[in-house]
Design a protein around this ligand. Structure first.
Ligand code: NIG
Ligand code: FE
Length: 415
């Protein structure tokens, strides 16, 4: 049995006796907190908390670690609901090409981009992929992430997509982070199908999706719905096949163009619609009254210099919003949720409270983990951050580019 008591916490943030599944609109600006608090963890689970004034004291010291927080804040660990953390090599060459003036889309049109990563991944052994991804997970854990979604999508063939999903499955047993797997076979048209994209869509629907579902190694299905990738009609067919096989959609939509991917995703009851850098009034209307979580990826906007997702338009319409890193080798080679949070304040005009809710409770919802993650609630997993001594939560985002986290406590390896 392992027991941890954290006492003299300046503010215990995101505390709910009963946590809501997600927060929408103006509720996102409310962050319930207990000042001058204590928190007790037992066997990786939150078991109790309260104010120091009403602290019952320690009656049983057996296997107890006491942490003196002394001015530090405690909050739920970040829930990063959108990453592509399993990849081979790097795309630093494309980064330099962009410095010289090429755009992300021009590089992709030349056969670079996602296809570049697919070529690198094809020849990389599973073992090497596990090792490099594990290193990335280790890094993001130190940056405060406690739960993460990981997509396939650099395979683009049955064999390589299954290899990626097997790697993700193995990571679940090797890392203390809670991990969710998403099948993203519909990430790009592979070069063998360049002249026959419909052939690839058929292959996805008839061969790849059924096999992935049969192996039970993915929970969600994703498609990159975008000009030159997958049309709305193709996206719908892929999502329909996924849903038929028990995979709930989480989609890439509206990164460069608003072509109707939001409505198509909502039609198939998507858990989340991600990117949304370009967002129309029709997209907002399509999202109203649904259980779909919009997800913004400001690290991608920063890195490839595209617009930031209009968070105010989304939140002020009464909708929820989650934040994630999109950690991937092409458009966002960083898994730093602290930087994402700062960018959301600076460029998306989100308040620190909205940002914390977007990166904890709403992030947990966007990967189906709201029952166990995203808030300080008795019975939820011990997945928490202890900050440096800070005076208010906004200091975490204010100190952009550096990490104000002193310690991260995660319930050990859970599948
Ligand atoms: O979310 N937009 C599509 N997929 C990734 C980028 C993938 C890549 O460039 O390797 C994204 O930005
Ligand atoms: Fe992505």
């Amino acid at each position: 049995m392992s027991r941890i008591l954290i006492k003299n916490i300046r503010s215990l943030l995101g505390v709910y006796e009963q946590a809501p599944e997600r927060l929408c609109g103006s509720d996102m600006n409310v962050l319930p907190a207990i000042n001058d608090a204590w928190l007790a963890l037992e066997d990786g689970v939150i078991v109790d908390y309260g104010t120091m004034a009403e602290w019952p004291g320690i009656s049983d010291w057996r296997d107890l670690e006491v942490i003196e927080a002394d001015g530090r804040m405690v909050l739920p660990a970040w829930c990063d609901s959108h990453t592509h953390i399993v990849y081979a090599g790097s795309r630093v060459g494309e980064f330099v090409d962009r410095i010289h003036g090429l755009t992300y889309e021009e590089i992709a049109a030349r056969g670079g981009g996602i296809l570049n990563s697919a070529a690198l991944l094809k020849d990389t052994p599973e073992e090497v992929l596990v090792e490099s991804a594990l290193k990335r997970l280790h890094d993001i854990q130190a940056l405060g992430t406690g739960a993460v979604e990981i997509k396939s999508g650099y395979g683009l063939s049955l064999e390589s997509e299954l290899k990626m999903l097997r790697v993700i499955d193995r990571l679940k047993g090797l890392s203390p982070l809670t991990i969710k797997a998403t099948f993203l076979g519909g990430h790009a048209i592979p070069k063998e199908y360049k002249t026959n994209p419909e052939g690839y869509v058929e292959h996805l629907i008839n061969v790849m999706i059924p096999e992935v579902a049969a192996q039970g190694i993915a929970e969600y299905i994703d498609v990159f719905c975008e000009e030159n990738y997958f049309s709305v009609a193709q996206t719908e067919r892929i999502l329909e096949a996924g849903v038929k096989h028990g995979l709930r959609p989480k989609t890439h939509v509206n990164q460069f163009n608003a072509i109707g991917g939001v409505a198509a995703s909502v039609k198939y009851n998507a858990l989340s619609v991600d990117h949304l850098e370009v967002l129309t009034d029709e997209d907002i209307t399509a999202l109203r009254g649904t259980s779909t979580m919009p997800v913004a990826l400001p690290g991608c906007s920063l890195f490839i210099k595209i617009p930031y997702t209009p968070a105010r338009k989304i939140i002020d319409a009464g909708l929820p919003l989650a934040l994630a890193t999109d950690y991937n080798p092409g458009s966002a080679p960083s898994g730093n949720m602290n930087l994402v949070n700062s960018l959301a304040c600076i460029y998306m005009n989100m308040t620190p409270h909205e940002v914390i809710n977007a990166s904890t409770l709403n992030g947990a919802y966007a990967m189906g983990l709201h029952a166990t993650h995203g808030s300080i609630t008795i019975g939820k997993k011990a997945s928490i951050i202890i900050t440096e001594p800070i005076s208010e939560p906004g200091e975490m985002m204010y100190s952009f580019g550096r990490n104000t986290i002193e310690r991260v406590i995660l319930a050990s390896a859970a599948r």
